[in-house]
Design a protein around this ligand. Structure first.
Ligand SMILES: NC(=O)c1ccc[n+]([C@@H]2O[C@H](COP(=O)([O-])OP(=O)(O)OC[C@H]3O[C@@H](n4cnc5c(N)ncnc54)[C@H](O)[C@@H]3O)[C@@H](O)[C@H]2O)c1
Length: 409
């Protein structure tokens, strides 16, 4: 009876207007897809520079073209910095970052800030969907109490669901539309509302029994990658000593048609998700007195990878002091400009500590930590390929010795 009433109230709202909070790698594609599917979308971001950039028809991310932005902002997407459009929205989707703090512990302060900003505009029967990656229990406990704290509403006045984003920047095959989307509401109506919303622009919606299952599914996906990439990196260290190319080993193992999934060597895992999300899980486990040894070990191996390559570099050119080293590719993965949690930062800093003069080249990133990308040339004692973007023309290095962190020996 109570559920039916809530459902009826919800339908009475202007159900075609929604607000997306946070216009980054997750929120912007979502806002555009929702707008293209017919929703009136308000994209809300506190970064005024980004808002102005989008309004001027320029895309801040690689996966969205300027043309796509221009077509959408001249139609159903409005990009703003103030939160008042939440008042007329039937759905509010939260897509703000969930990083680690200085102690490498979960930092939910941006969710807090976002909720604080929009909750006062929230009206009865609105569905709030959290997309940011969080610890299990966050939607039910933390989010609901935050909304209650900052709004004039009680928990029975609004609906809440969790739907983790699975976007993989620069992935040409899998996108928001064709990647199955997990949804889980705090009650069946919230789940249905979330399903109805996403099914307008996502092919396959997967309902979970509870937000906790959905929250943990997201952490499992990313922890699975973290553990396996770290394992391959550990194996790649062995292969270098043994004199075998790890990529040939992975290629050979990949011919097994079942029970094996390839992971590839690198200078370490970066980005806002894979090296961060597993620590959300291990932190939660620690508070419950449960061990997560795989995650701890993966984290240890991952953070040691830049140091390993500094040692290889030093051996390769007989010490680093006074040597001129070019680091190629500084983003955390090929063909994108995202430098968050990039292991290349640790590589450069350790090379410098060993006395090398370090410059970097990355035409996608262009400017980073106050320094500019330099041209590829033959003026170096060593070039280290950290992140191999497709556009790179290594012939410009001439005879410079190359250390490839992606696995050649
Ligand atoms: N990047 C990915 O590939 C990816 C994939 C899946 C899930 N996620 C998760 O999605 C969430 C968002 O990640 P992202 O990569 O889109 O981050 P992002 O940094 O690209 O974008 C977040 C946006 O939120 C804005 N923002 C910050 N605080 C705000 C506030 N208080 N109010 C309004 N806007 C605010 C920022 O200005 C920024 O534009 C994270 O929890 C992340 O773990 C990311």
């Amino acid at each position: 009876m109570k559920l039916n009433l809530l459902s009826k109230n919800f339908q009475n709202k202007l159900s075609t207007t929604i607000s997306v909070i946070g216009l980054g790698y997750v929120g912007l594609p979502l806002a555009i897809s929702a707008a293209q599917s017919g929703y009136e979308v308000y994209g809300i971001d506190v970064d005024r520079v980004k808002v102005e950039l989008i309004k001027s028809g320029k895309s801040p991310i690689e996966d969205i073209s300027d043309l796509e932005i221009q077509n959408t902002i001249s139609g159903k997407l409005q990009v703003v910095s103030d939160f008042s459009p939440v008042e007329g929205s039937s759905i509010v989707i939260v897509c703000v970052p969930t990083p680690l703090n200085i102690e490498r512990k979960p930092d939910l302060s941006l969710i807090d800030a976002a909720v604080k900003s929009f909750a006062k505009h929230l009206t009865k029967s609105t569905l709030v969907i959290l997309e940011s990656t969080v610890q299990p229990g966050t939607t039910r406990d933390y989010l609901v109490s935050l909304i209650s704290k900052y709004s004039a509403l009680t928990p029975s006045d609004f609906n809440v669901a969790y739907s983790p984003e699975r976007i993989d920047p620069a992935n040409k095959e899998w996108n928001l539309k064709n990647t199955p989307k997990i949804v889980a509401g705090l009650n069946p109506i919230a789940t249905k509302q979330a399903r109805d919303f996403y099914s307008k622009f996502v092919d396959n919606i997967v309902e979970c029994e509870s937000p906790e299952v959905a929250e943990l599914a997201k952490l499992l996906e990313n922890t699975f990658r973290y553990v396996n990439i770290s394992f391959i990196n550990e194996l790649s260290i062995f292969c270098r000593s043994f004199g075998v190319d790890i990529n040939q080993v992975v290629a050979a193992a990949s011919t097994k048609p079942y029970g094996f999934m390839p992971f590839y060597p690198s200078i370490g895992v970066g980005g806002h998700c894979i090296p961060v999300d597993p620590l959300y899980l291990s932190d939660k486990a620690r508070t419950m007195g449960v061990q997560t040894k795989f995650i701890d070990l993966a984290d240890e191996i991952n953070t040691q990878m830049p140091n390993f390559f500094v040692k290889v570099a030093s051996q390769r050119i007989g010490g680093l002091r006074g040597k001129k080293v070019l680091v190629i590719g500084v983003s955390y993965k090929p063909n994108i400009a995202d430098v968050r949690e990039s292991p290349v930062e640790a590589l450069i800093s350790e090379l410098k500590q060993k006395g090398a003069q370090v410059l970097w080249h990355d035409d996608l990133v262009k400017e980073w930590n106050g320094k500019k990308s330099v041209a590829l040339s033959n003026q170096y004692d060593l070039a280290i390929i950290a992140t191999p973007h497709d556009y790179l023309d290594l012939t410009k290095l001439g005879d410079v010795p190359i250390l490839n962190t992606r696995g050649s020996i």
